[in-house]
Design a protein around this ligand. Structure first.
Ligand SMILES: Nc1ncnc2c1ncn2[C@@H]1O[C@H](COP(=O)(O)OP(=O)(O)OP(=O)(O)O)[C@@H](O)[C@H]1O
Ligand SMILES: [Mg+2]
Length: 419
């Protein structure tokens, strides 16, 4: 893969220099403090692969924004239980609640998305009461609204639209669902609306829509056989459920696709920024790469990459190679405390190698996307599950660029090789 030498073994490579085909591009600094303080910023969406820290980053950014004087609401999705509890979000009520942040100039509100409730609200808002009741009781609707892949993404956008329309907050920070792929947030609503508005469902439900036998004549014998097979697989009742649900929807609001498109447009408006979160691992960074490309295709503005849970060493004075060498020497010399000292040196060597690995992955990302600003956030000792933990993370996200213990700028994990 990469032919770049380890940070840790730079010393050797200096002695036997290899021609470097391209100088390694330096990542631009990501100034999240300016982004959230800017009154023009109205929506910040945190995206990324599963488990990288989207929810935590969203909450920490919202906290920083409230402290900077914004009236902010953070829409979290499936937050870890302890984080939810400490934010007072233990109950799902699908509405924002104010969180007391002592000393904050602004206001922090937080909510946890309840996708079924959000879906129900959409139905109630658009259908006459009697029809709404029918839809809510429909088994297909119940399955769709609580478990269909893509519903969560769709409803997150729906809720975002509602929050934005209420004009109650001057900044909305949006967490995205725990999908495997970051792209799901952008793709799932369309996929779902294509499914609901799609040919398949229209054909399957055609007989019911066109009214029994007359409808069947429209679709032809081949389809009837197909329909019967599908009926057998899915069950006739389910087909009837889908059919009545879809025709109810039709009368409700000219299709899901239009609705998905409208909310999608919100993400393109000026004032919306995407923050891509990744951990320094190849899978997460690959996802981040796809997502960055996709945003640029869609003309959606990217603020930058948050590289979360990095492991910067406590000291950069000693390279991995020298630390490992020193460990050997100490052991050879023997004497009191030699084992302990060698252990500490080896541990440092491991840390330096791990940091070098993380930096190499970050460099690879920056080589592919030199225009994307980066901010690294070190892994905390434990989980981030309370306001205090969020504040530490908020500082790492928005604090000055070079105030780290080793002076390494927060665009990086280790210092740049050629200074
Ligand atoms: N910088 C950090 N240091 C230590 N722990 C962290 C850090 N960032 C996140 N975590 C922890 O990692 C776990 C996953 O974080 P989080 O829930 O924010 O990820 P996510 O991307 O929202 O996950 P999902 O895709 O499941 O929604 C949590 O337990 C969180 O406390
Ligand atoms: Mg999450």
């Amino acid at each position: 893969m990469s032919t770049a030498p380890d940070e840790a073994t730079t010393a050797e490579h200096h002695r036997h220099p290899r021609p470097a085909p391209h100088p390694m591009p330096e990542a631009l600094p990501l100034d999240l403090s300016e982004l959230i303080a800017d009154r023009q910023t109205r929506i910040v969406v945190c995206c990324g692969a599963g488990g990288v820290g989207k929810t935590t980053t969203s909450a920490a950014l919202a906290l920083a924004a409230a402290e900077a004087g914004r009236t902010v609401v953070v829409l979290t999705i499936d937050p870890a239980r302890r984080l939810a509890q400490s934010l007072g979000l233990a109950e799902l009520d699908n509405e924002p609640r104010r969180i007391d942040v002592p000393g904050a100039k602004g206001e922090l509100h937080a909510m946890m998305l309840d996708m079924k409730r959000t879906f129900d609200d959409v139905v109630c808002a658009h259908a006459p009461p009697e029809r709404a009741e029918q839809i809510l009781a429909n088994p297909f609707y119940q399955a769709l609204s609580s478990s269909f892949a893509g519903t969560q993404e769709y409803m997150a956008m729906e809720k975002l639209g509602q929050l934005r329309a209420s004009e109650q907050w001057d900044l909305i920070v949006v967490d995205t669902p725990p999908s495997r792929s970051a792209l799901d947030f952008l793709d799932a609503p369309n996929r779902m609306s294509r499914f609901l508005d799609g040919t398949m469902i229209r054909l399957l439900t055609a007989p019911a829509r066109a009214g029994g036998r007359a409808g069947m004549r429209l679709v032809g014998a081949g389809f009837l056989v197909f329909s019967r097979i599908i009926s057998k697989i899915l069950g006739g009742q389910l087909l009837r459920d889908i059919s009545s649900f879809v025709s109810a929807l039709d009368t409700m609001f000219g299709g899901f696709r239009e609705r998905a498109t409208a909310t999608y447009e919100l993400l393109r408006r000026p004032g919306t920024w995407f923050v891509v979160v990744a951990t320094p691992e190849s899978d997460a960074l690959r996802e981040a790469s796809y997502f960055v490309d996709r945003l640029s295709t869609e003309g959606m503005p990217l603020a930058g990459l948050v590289l979360n849970r990095t492991h910067p060493p406590a000291s950069i004075a000693l390279s991995a190679t020298r630390a490992a060498g020193a460990a050997e020497e100490v052991l050879e010399a023997g004497g009191e405390g030699a084992e302990l000292a060698a252990g500490a040196l080896r541990l440092h060597a491991e840390r330096m190698s791990a940091a070098a690995r993380e930096q190499r992955l970050a460099d690879r990302f920056t080589s592919a996307h030199p225009e994307v600003p980066v901010r690294t956030v070190p892994a905390a000792a434990g989980d981030v599950h309370d306001l205090e933990g969020l504040r530490v993370m908020a500082d790492a996200l928005t604090g000055p660029d070079a105030d780290t213990p080793t002076g390494v700028p927060r665009t990086r994990i280790l210092p740049a090789r050629h200074r």
